[in-house]
Structures are given as structure tokens and as C-alpha cells.
Design a protein around this ligand. Structure first.
Ligand SMILES: C[S@@+](CC[C@H](N)C(=O)[O-])C[C@H]1O[C@@H](n2cnc3c(N)ncnc32)[C@H](O)[C@@H]1O
Length: 269
């Protein structure tokens, strides 16, 4: 029998909703919480005092971690504002494997005048123990035709590394979603499927379950569906819940952009 909570996005507070999920049922927690930068999600979640925000963060972390399987992983999107504090919280509970920098490919126009313009998000990758699930082959990056051509000498022919592609690095250059992008929904901080799908493929086995406590426009659910994984999650704002349902009902979810020859808008590292 399929669990009643599986492949559902509940339009409710994540802290309350987590009680629906049994402990040890989740392969991957992939979550993009409010960054507390003052954005309006219609619920004040991004406009808390620093103390309240950090206390609330610790509360949901402690409620969510027991849901993970022992070989499970967690990815969390943050910015430099609170990643130091939140990474310390997580490091007391898990092993930190990476700090991934998402370069949003912001064009060089104007920006901050009394400091450097911030153009990246910070993503923490954490695991519970050393034998965590990680499928490197699912996320290798193919060498481009130019590199392959440059390696045509006999010593390179049949070289496995040239055929299988290279291991992703911790700097990911992917354009944020612009208004005209086919994937774009009406949510102020929607993340690109290209990024979320990479995390799902690497860190959740096929048929496994991904949990996102803060679904927004539902990108994690869609990435899970597109890659043959299950999902569960929560979203407080009913307007965003409607967007999630619309996106999930689409027969074809627009694919992430194909890589151009000289990558500008896609993962390059
Ligand atoms: C950064 S956005 C997530 C964006 C998402 N990754 C996407 O691609 O669309 C965070 C979301 O968390 C929601 N949220 C805030 N507090 C919440 C809570 N206690 N429970 C569930 N959702 C919450 C907000 O309404 C907002 O849509």
C-alpha cells in the first residue's frame, strides 16, 4: 500500500506537517528555506528578527532530521547572511561534505556601491554518516566536442575519463530564471530545475523519497517526478500551492535549457 503522505505537497506549516512522515522514511532533504532577507512570501517568514529566525531554523532542523534514513543527505540553500550560523547548527548534527556556490550569472550592471555586489547563493551539502548514497555517474559532465577533439592522440583513445565525463565541481554557474524563461512560474525565488535535478540524481536513489519543507513553486517535487523519485513537502502560501498543483499537472514540464557550445546559462563546473 502506498503511504498517504507520498507524492503530496501539503498546503500547511512545515513544522506541523512533518508529523505526517514516519522517522527514517526520507532519502534526501532538499530544501530552500526563507533566507530572512525581507522578501514578501505572504506570511512574514522572511521578515523575522535575527534571533527568531535562527531559533525557528534550529527548530525545523531538529524536527526534520529524524525523518532521514541513516544513509540520507541534506542540501540547504542559503546566502552568506546566515549560512555561517546555520552551517554551524548542521555541523553539530551531521557531516558537512561541501559548500556549493551557485553563481546566478547576474549581469554586470550597477549593483552595490559600498560593498561588492552579491551574485551567488550558498548551498550546504550534509550527510548523516560515511556510507551515504551518492551516484557520481548520474551527474558527470560530458566533455565538450573541442576537448574531445584535442584528445584524439592514440594515448587518449578509449580513455574512460574522456568518455564518462568529469566530476562536478563546487561552483555551479546557472542563470537565475528570467521572466521569459519557459520554466518560470510566478514565485519570487524559484530555483532552476537544472540545479535541483542534479542534487536529486546524485543524492536520492531511483524510487527514493525527497523531502522539501519549503516548496515555493514546487521545483523539488517536479524534479523528483521528472527523475523517477517520490516527493513530499509543504508550502504555507495557498497561492503558491495552486502554482505547485498547476506545475505538477502539466503533462510536460519544460526541460532545463540545452547546454550551448560556450556555456553561459548552464552548469559549467
Ligand atoms: C525560498 S522559497 C522556496 C522556493 C522554491 N525552492 C522554488 O523553487 O520555488 C521559500 C518558501 O517557503 C515558504 N514557507 C515559509 N515558511 C513556511 C513554513 N513554516 N512552512 C511551509 N512553507 C513555508 C514560503 O512561503 C516560500 O514560498
Amino acid at each position: 500500500m502506498t503511504a498517504t503522505w507520498l507524492n503530496q505537497v501539503f498546503c500547511e506549516d512545515a513544522l506541523a506537517g512533518l508529523a505526517r512522515i514516519p522517522d527514517g522514511a526520507i532519502d534526501l532533504i532538499l530544501t530552500d528555506p526563507p533566507y530572512n532577507l525581507g522578501k514578501d512570501y505572504g506570511n512574514g517568514s522572511d521578515q523575522q528578527t535575527v534571533d527568531d529566525y535562527l531559533q525557528w531554523t534550529e527548530q525545523w532542523i531538529d524536527a526534520a532530521l529524524p525523518k532521514l534514513k541513516p544513509n540520507g543527505s541534506l542540501y540547504i540553500f542559503l546566502t552568506w547572511r546566515f549560512s555561517p550560523e546555520i552551517f554551524v547548527m548542521l555541523k553539530k548534527r551531521m557531516m558537512m561534505m561541501n559548500e556549493i556556490i551557485w553563481d546566478r550569472r547576474v549581469p554586470s550592471m550597477g549593483g552595490s556601491v559600498r560593498s561588492y555586489s552579491s551574485v551567488h547563493d550558498t548551498i550546504g551539502f550534509f550527510v548523516r554518516r560515511k556510507d551515504y548514497y551518492f551516484d557520481l555517474d548520474a551527474v558527470r559532465i560530458p566533455y565538450d566536442a573541442e576537448t574531445k577533439k584535442a584528445r584524439t592522440r592514440s594515448i587518449f583513445v578509449g580513455a574512460k575519463w574522456l568518455e564518462v565525463g568529469y566530476n562536478p565541481k563546487d561552483l555551479w554557474s546557472v542563470s537565475r530564471l528570467h521572466r521569459e524563461h519557459p520554466e518560470r512560474a510566478d514565485h519570487p525565488t524559484q530555483k532552476p530545475l537544472e540545479i535541483i535535478e542534479r542534487m536529486v540524481k546524485a543524492s536520492c536513489p531511483p524510487d527514493g523519497v525527497v523531502l522539501d519543507l519549503f516548496m515555493g513553486s514546487g521545483t523539488t517535487a517536479i524534479a523528483a517526478k521528472r527523475t523517477g523519485r517520490h516527493y513530499v513537502g509543504f508550502e504555507l502560501n495557498p497561492e503558491y500551492c495552486a502554482i505547485i498543483n498547476e506545475r505538477l499537472a502539466l503533462p510536460e514540464i519544460p526541460a532545463p535549457p540545452k547546454k550551448p557550445k560556450k556555456p553561459r546559462n548552464s552548469i559549467t563546473s
